[in-house]
Design a protein around this ligand. Structure first.
Ligand code: UD2
Length: 313
C-alpha cells in the first residue's frame, strides 16, 4: 500500500511515518517544514519520498497524491492561542488546506482519507467523559477549523464517495513534541524545565486534569482507521479514557526523574478548561483501538527521550 502522510515531519506525523515504513509500506511525506523538522525523519529518510511543500498549494497536493491508496492528513497549524490571534492564517491552513487534500485525494482516486481532528471541537461543555455524539461547541478558531475539516471530509464521502475517518486527538505527548513555543504541550514543558534545573510552571492549583495519550497509541489508532470496515464518515475520540491531574503528572515525572522540585504556581491560563477526558468506546468498538502504552510507561519513554536529546544538544 502507498500512503501519503501530510505533516509527516511533525511530532505525530513522523511517528506514523516510522510505523508505516517499519511494516514495509510505501510512504510519501508532504511537509512544508514550518513546524515539522527534517531530523524527525532522520531514521527513515532513505526509505520515503519526501516532498517539501504546503497543503495550501493544490498542485503540490495533487502531485503528492498520485498513486496513493490512503492519505493520513496530519498537517495543520495546531496552536489554539495562535488561532485566536490570527484566525485567517489558521483557517487558510486547516480548512482551505484540508479542502485541497480532499480535492486532490478524490481526483487521484484515493481509497480513504484519515483526518487528524482534536478534542478542541468539544469546547467548554463540562460533561465528562466526552462522547462523539455531543454537540461540538468550539471555543477557539482552531476548534472551528478542526470541526469544519471533519464536516468537509464527511461531505466528500456523501457527495463523491471518498471514504473518510476523523480522529479527535486528546492531549498527545511523547518524543519529538516541540517544547519551544509558549503554548507547547505541558509534558514537553515539564521535561525540559526539569532538565534545565528550573521549576516547572503550573497554571492554577494543579487540580486540572487531562486525558494524556502517548503518541504510539495515536499511531495505532491511525493505522486501524486506514483499514477498519464500515467506518466511513465517523469521528472517533482518541485518548485513553482516563484523566490525570497536573499535580499527579508532575509527581510521576519527578519520581521517574529522581528529582524533587517545587513547581512555580501562576494564575490559571485564560480560556483553559478544567477537565478533559475521552470516552473511547466508539473507537474500541469500530476500530479495535486499545491503548497499548500506559500513561506511566509513556512518561518514562518521553522523559528518556528528552534527557537523551538535551544531552546531545
Ligand atoms: C490541548 C491541545 C490543544 C487543543 C486543546 C483542546 C496540546 C499541546 N494542546 O490543549 O491543541 O486540542 O487541548 O482542549 O495537546 N500547563 C501548565 N504548565 C505549562 C503548560 C501547561 O500548568 O507549562 C497547564 C495548562 O494551563 C492546562 C494543562 O496544563 O491546564 C494542559 O495544557 P496543554 O497546553 O498541554 O494542553 P491543553 O489541554 O490546553
Amino acid at each position: 500500500m502507498r500512503y501519503l502522510v501530510t505533516g509527516g515531519a511533525g511530532f505525530i506525523g513522523s511517528h506514523i511515518v516510522e510505523a508505516l515504513v517499519a511494516r514495509g509500506d510505501e510512504v510519501v511525506v508532504l511537509d512544508d517544514f514550518s513546524t515539522g523538522k527534517r531530523e524527525n525523519l532522520a531514521g527513515v529518510l532513505s526509505r520515503i519520498e519526501l516532498i517539501e511543500g504546503s497543503i495550501c498549494d493544490l498542485a503540490t497536493v495533487q502531485h503528492a497524491c498520485r498513486g496513493v491508496d490512503v492519505v493520513l492528513h496530519q498537517a495543520a497549524l495546531t496552536s489554539v492561542p495562535r488561532s485566536v490571534e490570527n484566525p485567517l492564517e489558521t483557517h487558510a491552513v486547516n480548512v482551505d488546506g484540508t479542502l485541497n487534500v480532499l480535492l486532490a485525494a478524490r481526483q487521484a482516486k484515493v481509497r480513504r482519507v484519515v483526518v487528524a481532528s482534536s478534542a478542541a471541537v468539544y469546547g467548554q461543555s463540562p460533561e465528562l467523559p466526552k462522547t462523539e455524539s455531543m454537540r461540538p461547541e468550539p471555543l477557539s478558531p482552531y476548534g472551528v477549523t478542526k470541526y469544519v475539516a471533519e464536516l468537509y471530509a464527511q461531505v466528500f464521502g456523501r457527495a463523491y464517495g471518498l471514504e473518510n475517518v476523523s480522529l479527535r486527538y486528546f492531549n498527545v505527548f511523547g518524543p519529538r513534541q516541540d517544547a519551544r513555543s509558549p503554548y507547547s504541550g505541558v509534558l514537553s514543558k515539564f521535561c525540559t524545565a526539569l532538565l534545565a534545573g528550573e521549576p516547572p510552571t503550573i497554571y492554577g492549583d494543579g487540580t486540572q486534569s487531562r486525558d494524556f495519550v502517548y503518541v504510539e497509541n495515536v499511531v495505532q489508532a491511525n493505522l486501524l482507521a486506514c483499514q477498519a470496515p464500515d467506518v466511513s464518515g465517523l469521528t472517533f475520540n482518541i485518548g485513553t479514557g482516563r484523566r490525570v491531574s497536573l499535580q499527579e503528572v508532575l509527581d510521576s515525572l519527578t519520581h521517574i526523574a529522581g528529582t524533587a522540585v517545587s513547581p512555580k504556581h501562576l494564575p490559571p491560563r485564560a480560556g483553559d478548561i478544567l477537565h478533559s477526558q475521552a470516552d473511547i468506546s466508539r473507537a474500541q468498538h469500530y476500530l479495535g483501538y486499545r491503548p497499548q502504552v500506559s500513561f506511566e510507561e509513556g512518561l518514562r519513554r518521553t522523559w528518556a527521550w528528552y534527557r537523551q536529546h538535551s544531552a546531545a544538544d
